[in-house]
Design a protein around this ligand. Sequence first.
Ligand code: GLN
Length: 303
Amino acid sequence: MDYQALLDEVVDAVQPHMGHGRAAQYIPALASVDVDRFGMAVADVDGEVAGVGDWQVPFSVQSVSKVFSLALVLARDGEDIWRRVGREPSGNPFNSLVQLEYENGIPRNPFINAGALVITDRLLSLTEDPSGTVLEFLREESGNRSVAIDEEVAASETAHGDRNAALAHFMASYGNFDNPVPTVLDHYSRQCSIAMSCRDLALAGGFLARHGLRADGTRLLAGREAKRVNAVMLTCGTYDAAGDFAYRVGLPGKSGVGGGIIAVVPGRCTVCVWSPGLDARGNSVAGTAALDAFTTLTGWSVF
Ligand code: GLN
C-alpha cells in the first residue's frame, strides 16, 4: 500500500470539511487553537509511518489518552476493573452527570470523563504516578522522548475543572474511589494535557493493531484484551456519536477535544488524525471526514 498517495487522496476528499467546527471553548487554553490545522499519520504494524499536513505538530491529546490509561490498567490488573466501570455506550455527552446517580456511581464506560477518572484512580493505586506512567508509555512507544505535558493546558484545565470535580466527588460518595479526589483530578488533567503529534500517537497506538504487542515486540496485553479495548473504542470511543462514527468510519476510534482521533485497523495499522474544529459532540469534523474517506478508499472498515 502506498500510504503517501492514499493520504494525499484523503486530503483532497476532506477539503470541503476543512476549517469547520469550533475549537473546544470550555478549556481556555484550547479555545485559541487554529481550526484550519489538519494532520494525519498512518503507522503500520511494522512501525513504518507516513503522514500528511501538520502530522508532526504536537497537539493536546485530551481524551485520546484514555485508551492508554485503560490499557495500562488492564495490563496490570486484568479484568477486575470492570466491577467499577461498565462497557456500554452512554448515549450522553462525555462530561454528563445524569446517569451516575441512576447507576449508583458506576460510570457507563472508561472513555467518558467519569469512567476515565475511575481508571486514573485505579492506576494511581497501581503505580503511584498515573500521569507519569501514561507519559512514559507514550514516549517509549512513539520513540520520542520529547513528548511532554503542556503545563499551560494542564493549569487551564485544572482551573476550569469543576465538572470533573463534581463527577469525581459524586463517585467517591458511592465508594467508587480509593484515593483522594484532588490527587486523581490532578493526574487526570495532566494526562489529558500531554501534547504529541499524529506521528507519535499513531505509533503509540500500534499495540492495538498488533493484538497487544508493544513496539519492541514485548506483550502489553493478551490478544483477547486488545480485542476488548478495540471493542470498547468502537462502541464508546466517540461518546454519544459512537453510532454515527461506526456508520461513517467503521473502525475502533477514540477522540479528544483537542481535535485528535486515533483509529485502529486490527492486524494492519493505526491511524491518527488531528484537526481542532469540533462538532457539537466534541469530535473533530475534518478528522472524522478524513477517517470516513480513509476507510472508503481502502475498504479497511471492520465491516
Ligand atoms: N480533559 C477533557 C475533559 O476532562 C477531556 C474531554 C475530551 O477530550 N472529550 O473534559
